[in-house]
Design a protein around this ligand. Structure first.
Ligand code: ADP
Length: 397
């Protein structure tokens, strides 16, 4: 089975082609993409031409599905056929994810026009959070706000689900790995009587960052809320902020709402704090040169990461594995060490040598006596989209 995963930005189109064998094992066959895209229809044509020229597919008939990593939709989540209902759901929440929902709604329609016979599947980033306890999803807002959709949804679902599956495999818990793999088709299936619980804290630290608590393969809490603006400081987005700040700066700095929104989404986060850039490498380089703002930005990031790890530690009642994933989590031993500092009493201790040696690869970095395993698991979101697309198509047969 050939599955194309389409990653759509407002002016970009990236793709990966995965091939699944009969046993369900996936191989990445091709990847590519285009910037400054003004017409997704042309990008789809170019992609197909490229895949044909490289001999990966003979025609569109060789494509068995297209998977989309959609962000959030009004009234729809999970892994579902990317049909009119999904397009309407994306439109219904375009205000919450303005950079993501319109491109996906348009891209899905273009794929339908260009390749009508190739089934389309949407995997929502919110899907992993469908089973969070209601108390973890509720904001203390008037009912009309809640009814309009103001609640905690959670994001980075594909990444955290990969961590749920992979960490269970690495810890020898095939029962939990299988439970996590089947989650979107079967829901949280019963555990075998007497099975030990598996509590994982997954830290996706990258261009945007979130911490998710996972019990037995299912998310029970997360740092991201209504939108991907929330939680930790993001690259150039604000992260958590007291809601009183918005009317306050509108009145005292005389800023219109659109300008407040622009600053919160373009000039805040690591960039706003440091003034040195929105990439952690640039922020750290400035901090190493003695730039006080950049040093503080790194400290704020670490503080927020520890805050959310602490929240999940309590919600889970302990931790069997703490996992770092994505660009920052995989490549910055110094940040991992700072985030895990003084947590020995809570059962989390790093091995400094292992930690320092591990960059961009999978492995364990905890000390021999650490109660919790500390792991690095490289992010693999597109693979999750491809796998879930196959499962969705097979379940629909
Ligand atoms: P996204 O996909 O959201 O852009 P990534 O997972 O690629 O995010 O993470 C980007 C972040 O990861 C940047 O802040 C960058 O500094 C950091 N990062 C990526 N690669 C490295 C690296 N080799 N060393 C240090 N930091 C890195």
């Amino acid at each position: 089975m050939n599955i194309l995963v389409a990653n759509l930005g407002s002016t970009s189109f990236k793709f990966r082609l995965f091939r699944f064998d009969g046993a369900g094992n996936a191989a990445l066959v091709a990847k590519g993409g285009y910037e400054r895209v003004t017409d997704y229809g042309k990008a789809i044509d170019d992609c197909l031409t490229e895949l044909q020229a490289a001999g990966h597919v003979r025609s569109a008939a060789d494509l068995h599905g297209v998977g989309f990593k959609t962000v959030l939709g009004r009234g729809v989540t999970g892994c579902v056929p990317a049909d009119d209902r999904v397009i309407q759901a994306l439109d219904g929440f375009r205000e919450i994810a303005p950079a993501h929902n319109p491109p996906y709604a348009l891209g899905i329609q273009r794929f339908r026009e260009k390749l009508p016979a190739v089934p389309r599947v949407a995997l929502f980033e919110t899907a992993f959070y469908q089973w969070m306890p209601e108390a973890a999803t509720r904001y203390a807002v008037p009912p009309a706000w809640h009814d309009a959709g103001v609640r905690r949804y959670g994001f980075h679902g594909a990444s955290h689900k990969f961590v749920a599956e992979r960490s269970a495999e690495l810890l020898g818990r095939e029962d939990i790995a299988e439970r996590a793999r089947r989650l979107y088709q079967a829901g949280p299936t019963p555990l075998a009587a007497g099975a030990r619980p598996l509590r994982v804290i997954s830290c996706h630290f990258g261009g945007s960052s979130s911490v998710t608590g996972i019990r037995d393969g299912v998310a029970i809490g997360t740092s991201m809320g209504l939108s991907p603006q929330s939680g930790l400081p993001q690259n150039n987005r604000v992260g958590d902020l007291d809601s009183a700040a918005v009317p306050f700066v509108m009145k005292t700095l005389n800023l219109p709402l659109a300008e407040v929104e622009r600053q919160m989404t373009k000039e805040a986060g690591l960039l706003g704090l440091s003034g040195a850039g929105n990439d952690m490498r640039d922020v750290k380089a400035a901090a190493a040169r003695g730039d006080a703002r950049a040093q503080l930005a790194v400290e704020v990031f670490i503080h927020s990461a520890r805050h959310w790890i602490g929240a999940m530690l309590v919600e889970l009642g302990g931790c069997d594995a703490l996992v770092f994933t994505a660009g920052i989590g995989e490549n910055n031993p110094d940040l991992r060490a700072a985030i895990c500092a003084n947590l020995g009493e809570l059962g989390i201790a790093l091995d400094p040598v292992r930690n320092e040696a591990l960059r961009g690869a999978e492995g364990e970095i905890s000390a021999a006596g650490s109660r919790a395993k500390v792991l690095v698991i490289p992010a693999n979101e597109e693979l999750v989209v491809a796998r879930e697309t196959v499962r969705c198509l097979q379940a629909g047969r």
